[in-house]
Design a protein around this ligand. Structure first.
Ligand code: HPA
Length: 286
């Protein structure tokens, strides 16, 4: 595959990861801000901070470095069996609203997949567009609408990772969707499904925009995930994505939105989501 400056930087990250850990885990989970602290303590978890990995893009939102953790997770499945798998956790992500260009947004994830990760579970906090749904619950993505005006496959960023004109017909793996729903139901959790509308941010939407997104068939809105899904699909990784519904979209319930309230809701329901995500990560078929 053709080498570009950008691809070279990804390769530097991959070389580091190989030296640091050897072979890549099969599955990686991208943890949105509220979820990063919810993963239970796993013995012998290895940690490296983003700013220690050559080429890795550090996150500016949390005020501290994000980190990559790798650990062996054991989960009890509904069959009663226990399963174990090595999982990589990207704790903290880079958003386009921080001023990152699309190549930077997906650099860390792209490096993990280039290293050898085969399946990705993306998590995020999102505004809920369906007023009959309950906040604090999860929505599994069946599809997305990319309204960021960006693509991680633009120009140099799209070269050297696979086809530049990537098919997005079935971006979120159907079998994984039903497996994750089953996992949620078997632990008595409500899980909705629907289309995620990906915006650039960082402002929240106007009520008119929210009405438009609903009319277009979306059920949740958020400022991440869509670019990561595109990059993962180009590299042929399987993708599942889960939103924690933290608030109703602007104007739907006549309350004003604040970042701290969205974060609080995300943190309150993080352990439910972490449970499902960990079980999924251990048991999904690659
Ligand atoms: N809009 C966009 N992004 C979000 C929202 C929202 O209402 N809630 C959480 N992330």
């Amino acid at each position: 595959m053709k080498m570009t400056k950008y691809k070279d930087k990804v390769q530097q990250s991959v070389d580091f990861l190989t030296k640091w850990h050897g072979n890549a885990p099969e599955i990686a989970i991208v943890l949105g801000s509220g979820l990063s602290d919810a993963i239970p303590k796993i013995q012998e978890m290895k940690t490296v901070h983003y700013n220690e990995i050559p080429g890795f893009k550090n996150s500016t939102v949390q005020g501290h470095s994000g980190d990559l953790r790798i650990g062996t997770v054991t989960a009890s499945l509904s069959s009663g069996n226990q399963k174990t798998r090595e999982i990589a956790f990207l704790r903290g992500r880079n958003h386009a609203y921080e001023g990152n260009d699309p190549g930077e947004v997906v650099h860390n994830l792209r490096s993990l997949i280039t290293w050898g990760v085969k399946g990705i579970i993306l998590t995020n906090a999102a505004g809920c567009l369906n007023t009959e749904w309950e906040l604090g619950k999860m929505m599994i993505l069946t599809d997305h609408i990319n309204a960021t005006g960006m693509s991680p496959l633009n120009g140099e960023y799209g070269i050297g990772f696979g086809a530049q004109f990537v098919d997005m017909t079935e971006s979120y793996d159907k079998k994984w969707q039903s497996q994750i729903k089953e996992i949620a139901h078997s632990s008595n959790h409500i899980i909705y499904d629907g289309v995620y509308y990906g915006v650039l941010g960082a402002h929240y939407e106007t009520p008119a925009e929210i009405r438009m997104f609903k009319t277009l068939g979306a059920s949740a809105v958020g400022m991440s995930t869509v670019l990561e899904t595109i990059a993962a699909r180009q590299l042929g990784a399987k993708v599942a994505a889960l939103s924690c519904l933290t608030n109703y979209g602007a104007g739907l319930k006549h309350v004003q939105l604040s970042h701290s309230e969205v974060m609080d809701m995300g943190t309150r329901f993080a352990s439910d989501m972490a449970n499902i995500v960990l079980k999924a990560a251990v048991s999904l078929e690659i």
